[in-house]
Design a protein around this ligand. Structure first.
Ligand code: ATP
Ligand code: MG
Length: 203
């Protein structure tokens, strides 16, 4: 797999990694749009373990982020959630995620979906050269983010424009902290879960 054209007959699995603190409709629209454009059989959402890029901020408990991701994706038969990064423990490196998913899914082409903002930093990730042999990379653009890094390998990366959704987890958390509504920014079940667990109150 890696870059290049798809292999006919192989299962096509999208991989959406993220902190999902909380998961929001930007994530869901991006996954849905990429699944349609790349004819994916399934998209697996993979909540991170303790994310090393964000170690300056207190990230919500992995179980809360995992459950919100399950709640948000449960009714879509094309979406699933994997615990591999949470259960591995320690900081999450995308190369580990992709190696594990490759081992668990033989005869499958992997398509790693990531925001164009994160894709711009990809060459700073651990084992960045190996990454492109494990999966095809799909950068989704959202308002205010543009792909800048010219060093990305040709053919290994595609860009997809997602219908503009100016939603971020950071903004959702700030809104909850201020008492502003997040209805319709995240799925209803996630709004209720955040209230039940009193997440993001003191930020
Ligand atoms: P934070 O504000 O805490 O950074 P986030 O909204 O960026 O959170 P993440 O869990 O970091 O959410 O994102 C997981 C993946 O989804 C990343 O690749 C990110 O770039 C992408 N993404 C986040 N928000 C959107 C959006 N509105 N549209 C498309 N992709 C998004
Ligand atoms: Mg982010």
């Amino acid at each position: 797999p890696g870059g290049g054209p798809a292999t006919p007959g192989k299962r096509r699995l999208g991989v959406m990694g993220g902190t999902f603190d909380p998961i929001h409709h930007g994530h869901l629209v991006a996954a849905s749009e990429v699944a349609a454009q790349f004819d994916l059989d399934e998209v697996v959402f993979v909540p991170t373990g303790q994310p090393w890029q964000k170690s300056h901020r207190q990230v919500s408990l992995a179980e809360d982020r995992y459950l919100m991701t399950v709640i948000a994706t449960a009714e879509n038969p094309q979406f699933s959630v994997s615990r591999i990064d949470i259960d591995r423990g320690g900081p999450t490196y995308t190369v580990d995620t992709l190696r594990d998913l490759r081992a668990l899914n033989p005869d499958t082409d992997l398509f790693f979906i990531t925001g164009a903002d994160a894709l711009g930093q990809i060459l700073t990730w651990r084992d960045s050269k190996e990454l492109f042999s494990l999966a095809h990379f799909i950068g989704v653009t959202r308002p205010g983010h543009h792909l800048s890094d010219p060093g990305l390998p040709e053919g290994g990366v595609s860009l997809v424009e997602v219908p503009a959704l100016a939603i971020s987890s950071t903004d959702c958390r700030a809104r909850v902290a201020k008492g502003d509504p997040i209805w319709y920014m995240v799925p209803d079940g996630v709004v209720r879960y955040i209230a039940k667990r009193q997440l993001y109150r003191g930020e």
